[in-house]
Design a protein around this ligand. Structure first.
Ligand code: NAP
Length: 330
């Protein structure tokens, strides 16, 4: 049996482009005891994948020729392990490929009776919904009285962060780029206000929208946007560093916050996190998000590109603009 996969063809100087990736076909190995053959159904397109393309990478540099890493959901086609049966839906680090032979222990069986498997790339995804929940609650101590600002608010993690903060009663201000994203944030996600960082003065708009200051900032972007929010913190604000996508193309030349002394002045805290480190919180996150999802309370938009050959295009969209959760269906 063959698999079609996306490999790392060349290391980009700055942002990745089409020459960064190659699509190849390979024959899969024979199934051994303890292994399963999985058809990959949906892959989660995540910013962390792009952090592995540079030489001095945040999560370790991907070797040239290696298969692009990706989390995803799939269906067991054949099993040589008693823990998984043919037809089971599974979640795991499936990689950018159409089929894969893996040890069963690398995969988690999913209960799809009430929530479809692909939600485990989106609202229940480790790198999307669980990241938003852990960042806001475990790290940020979200309160219903908070004025919450979210950057990259119309992306995957940002959208779910907006939704969780809104569902908990917070007043949510989203920052994103372009009129379509403003429309999505205000009219689909239903948050209180949206700021277009491409055409507006972010610091001035936050000052006008939150005259008492920002209580909780969930930052996905870093750079100048982080500075603009630091200038408008409320007393005892919490700044949660989820990521810094504006800095990923040049991790060897990261621009740190020049307004960080505001943290001292406002008696605030600034704390980063990685979602996998906080695994003890995941069960609570899954329980609360699942309840909202079953009640139909999430409005996260999903964009699914069909075919593994479109994985490179999906990766480039992370920088050129997409709305909500981006996935590839191999
Ligand atoms: P995403 O938000 O769906 O996509 C990235 C978004 O970033 C784009 O839609 C784009 O939106 C925005 N962006 C790109 N370049 C930018 C720039 N130079 N300045 C401002 N905005 C820019 O991606 P995601 O996978 O959900 O990741 C979002 C963030 O969460 C990333 O920083 C990622 O590293 C972080 N994350 C952290 C953890 C953790 O454990 N801490 C886990 C998962 C993800 P615009 O069109 O609005 O610019």
């Amino acid at each position: 049996m063959k698999t079609r996969k996306v490999t790392f063809a060349s290391r980009p100087q700055n942002q990745p482009d089409a020459s960064t990736f190659a699509v190849v076909e390979e024959t899969l190995p024979q199934l051994q005891p303890g292994q399963v053959l999985v058809r990959v159904d949906h892959l989660s397109i995540d910013a962390w994948i792009s952090t592995m393309l540079g030489a001095g990478s945040l999560h370790g540099a991907l070797p040239i020729g290696g298969t692009l890493p990706a989390l995803g959901v799939g269906t067991v086609l054949r099993s040589q392990d008693p823990s998984l049966q043919q037809g089971d839906a599974v979640f795991g680090p499936l990689g950018a490929q159409s089929h894969v032979v893996y040890p069963a222990g690398m995969l988690r069986a999913l209960d799809t009776s009430e929530i479809p498997a692909r939600a485990h790339c989106g609202v229940l995804g480790l790198t999307t919904g669980l990241t938003a929940w852990v960042g806001l609650n475990t790290i940020g101590g979200l309160k219903s009285s908070d004025t919450v600002v979210v950057s990259a608010a119309a992306g995957a993690t940002g959208s779910v962060a907006c939704e969780i903060a809104r569902l908990r009663g917070g007043r949510v201000i989203g920052i994103a780029g372009g009129p379509d994203k403003m429309d999505y944030l205000l009219n689909q996600l239903g948050i209180a206000a949206a700021i277009d960082y491409r055409s507006e003065d972010v610091a001035a708009r936050i000052k006008a929208l939150a005259p008492q200051g920002v209580n909780l900032f969930f930052d996905n972007v870093g750079g100048t946007i982080l500075d603009a929010v630091l200038d408008n913190l409320a007393m005892e604000a919490r700044v949660v560093i989820c990521g810094a996508i504006s800095q990923y193309p040049r991790l060897d030349q990261v621009t740190g916050p020049s307004r960080y002394l505001k943290v001292a002045e406002r008696n605030a805290s600034m704390r980063g996190f990685t979602v996998d480190y906080w695994s003890a919180a995941h069960a609570d996150a899954v329980a609360e998000i699942s309840a909202w999802q079953k009640a139909g309370q999430f409005r996260l938009r999903e964009e699914v590109l069909q075919g593994i050959d479109r994985f490179p295009e999906a990766m480039l969209k992370l920088y050129s603009g997409h709305i909500g959760k981006l996935m590839v269906a191999p």
